[in-house]
Design a protein around this ligand. Sequence first.
Ligand code: SF4
Ligand code: SF4
Length: 118
Amino acid sequence: MSIKVKGNPFPEGYTCIRCGKCCLYRHFMMTLSATSEDVSRWKREERYDILKYVSTISPDVHDLWVKNGEESHRCPFVRKDRGKPTYRCGIYETRPEVCKGYPHGKKCLNWQNLDEER
Ligand code: SF4
Ligand code: SF4
């Protein structure tokens, strides 16, 4: 789930409606990895709750989100808003770099619905 950080990561006219699909999508989760800076920051912040889902394969490759040796089907930090159909990131302030830029100027996983709503 990406909210604007530096510039808009969405194509023009699109915005995040916080449907949560990206953070709940197994195949997308399997593509996620953290940067070495993410891992260093989490260590500095003593975020062992996050680090326990990181599998370091080499000094520069940190697989996300791994639980008991297997990729999680959904991000362990995605949270549903109470009484609403929307979701939020439970570690927003320190989320990995890859999440900050999503969907990297392309249409996100909810692009069909977004098209219908326009
Ligand atoms: S799938 Fe798209 S609209 Fe839905 S939460 Fe992710 S970025 Fe936002
Ligand atoms: S860290 Fe946050 S933005 Fe990234 S996949 Fe998890 S819930 Fe989504």
